[in-house]
Design a protein around this ligand. Sequence first.
Ligand SMILES: [Zn+2]
Length: 252
Amino acid sequence: MRRYCPWGPVLVCAAAMLLSALVTGCGGPQLISTDDEIKMGREAASDFEKQNGGRDQDPRRAQLARTIGARIAPVASAPPHVNYPYEYRALANDQVNANAFPGGIIYLWRGLYKTLNYSEDQLAWVAGHEAAHVARQHSVRRIERSLGYELVIQLLLGKDSQRQIAGAIAGLTLQSYSRDQESEADRVGLDFAHGAGYDPTASLAVIGEFKKLQGKDPNQLELLFDSHPGNTTRENALKAYLKQKGWHGRYF
Ligand SMILES: [Zn+2]
């Protein structure tokens, strides 16, 4: 007759689930709750804002961010997506960039408005791309992976580590997503922009501007291009998706 501890398999299973979530970052259970995700994202965003130029007070840019956000957010938070409290902000930073925090705070940088000549349709695709990173939970999963299991376990146990984690997230937000996540964000960004009533073909104009800028001043685009697939690859993928959907517009 064999004797064994009946809890053994349960513990092993729980540990395996935790590890698989941390190692693969997908397919496993989500360790950070949506409430914690939103709370941490907000704290991290306020740290980030202070370190990167602050909120852009220019009324035209701030208003555009709000207008686009008000149209994209309902589409991005409709089922099957989580209903995140999206908030679009303009950042007083001349780099050509945009970024998103877990939980839905999204920044459109001053340099981006200028490069895209304040085109609402073009900005809307970039805004949709960032919302896609939030909606598909690319960032929260990356945080779970990057912070390591000790911090996540502290968080799960409810210790007062949120501040510490928020600081780590502020730094993580500018690091790379995977190429697959970027390609997914490009496509889902088109869905969001189209669903919000914008011209999805404006995405091609955005890539066109990036191509021009890349020739002129590659450093300007370092952040934006770090993790994204090449422009021609992105352009071809966007065209294929637009064709597949049968979407036409001013730029295609
Ligand atoms: Zn991206």
